[in-house]
Design a binder for this molecule. Structure first.
Ligand code: PLP
Ligand code: COI
Length: 354
């Protein structure tokens, strides 16, 4: 790891590592001993520090709380059999971090600061990276506006932080999914392509309503007439239809997922026909009816490869083949894990060693 960022490190006097139950890790509830924090003011990033994980004091007037100048990233670190630790494709998240910053009128963070802050905090807490199968260290970089000012204007000050914590799988079962035909996650000209906190806030009511109807996830459709598929919950969505891998092309309503890109890259290398284009609800439901829909899954850092078991629209439910019998998603999940956990040679340079 390069170590050019001048980071002040204050270690905890009481590690919680031995009190942590690594056999019971619901997503996002366990945090490691340390976190990274930096401040932005006078047009520059400063005060790089690693401190014990815990509460921080903030004014109740900070504009992030009132006007949503806040966004985040999500990536993971993996432990290899030989004990080495790698972070998966942090350069991609660094680029997306700055796309989100740009859309929310927030300052960019140089890629070196993004990557070195992550490497430093993961290094400080490397004993927290789980070694169990399907487990990883989730990394949550985020930025938020800190001016204590109620005027609706971009803040002049910000904080950038990185939290980390061990996680197991986000989804533990095959998903019963509903195609959303009323609510919208993102509209053209909006900020669906940014990992803005507000995108997730707005998704909670539709997700709760779907859960009350017995569904595990929503498939978001276009805001105009709900005819085209966009994403699935907090993941991209991919299909194998008649032997081709099909996924909605990225646009300003869709997050350009790292997992999505990784899956597409592998599929192309394997010689599979790949189509990134608008995907209509009609063709997917037709494929589900006539058996040509061979695979459907969510793709995301937290979600990994999450199989869709059934797709419903307006009360009609279509069941897909048993995930265990799906050739593509099984193969891609195996290969992704083999790369991330260092079981095969990383020919793409995707693993950033810490
Ligand atoms: N789409 C949304 C809305 C997400 O929140 C995520 C999760 O990060 C993804 C897609 C998948 O992106 P990635 O594979 O980079 O995690
Ligand atoms: C991720 O996959 O990293 C995400 O951001 C999903 C999260 C909102 C749970």
């Amino acid at each position: 790891m390069t170590d050019t960022l001048d980071i002040k490190i204050t270690k905890t006097t009481h590690s919680r590592l031995n009190e942590t139950d690594f056999d019971n890790l619901p997503f996002g509830k366990t945090f490691s001993d340390h976190m990274f924090m930096a401040d932005y003011s006078d047009g520059e990033w400063k005060n790089f520090q690693i401190i014990p994980y815990g509460e921080i004091g903030l004014s109740p007037a900070i504009s992030a709380l009132h006007y949503g100048q806040a966004f985040f990233e999500g990536l993971k670190a993996y432990k290899h059999a030989d004990g080495q630790v790698s972070v998966f494709r942090p350069d991609k998240n660094a680029i997306r971090f700055n796309k989100s910053a740009g859309r929310l009128c927030m300052p960019e963070l140089p890629e070196e600061i993004f990557i070195q802050s992550i490497a430093a905090v993961v290094d400080a807490d490397r004993d927290w990276v789980p070694s169990k199968a399907n487990h990883a260290l989730y990394i949550r970089p985020f930025m938020f506006a800190t001016d204590p000012y109620l005027g609706v204007t971009p803040s002049a000050t910000y904080k950038y932080m990185v939290l980390i914590g061990p996680v197991g799988p986000y989804f533990s079962k095959t998903l019963r999914v509903k195609i959303e035909t009323h609510y919208t996650r993102a509209a053209e000209g909006g900020f669906g392509y940014a990992k803005a906190a507000g995108n997730y806030g707005g998704s909670m009511l539709p997700a709760r309503k779907a859960a009350e109807e017995g569904f595990d996830q929503l498939i978001w459709t276009d805001a105009k007439d709900h005819q085209y598929i966009e994403e699935m919950g907090a993941a991209n969505v991919m299909f194998v239809l008649d032997g081709k891998l099909i996924t909605p092309s990225t646009r300003d309503t869709i997050l350009d997922g790292v997992t999505r890109d990784t899956v597409l890259t592998l599929a192309r290398e394997w010689g599979m026909p790949v189509e990134e284009r608008r995907v209509s609800v009609a063709e997917i439901l037709e494929g589900a009816k006539n058996g040509k829909l061979q695979d459907a899954f969510g793709a995301g850092t937290a979600a990994t490869i999450a199989p869709v078991g059934s797709i419903s629209r307006d009360g009609e439910e279509y069941f897909l083949v048993d995930p265990k019998e799906r050739e593509f998603s099984q193969k891609v999940l195996r290969e992704l894990d083999a790369i991330k956990y260092g079981r095969v040679t990383d020919t793409h340079g995707w693993n950033y060693m810490v």
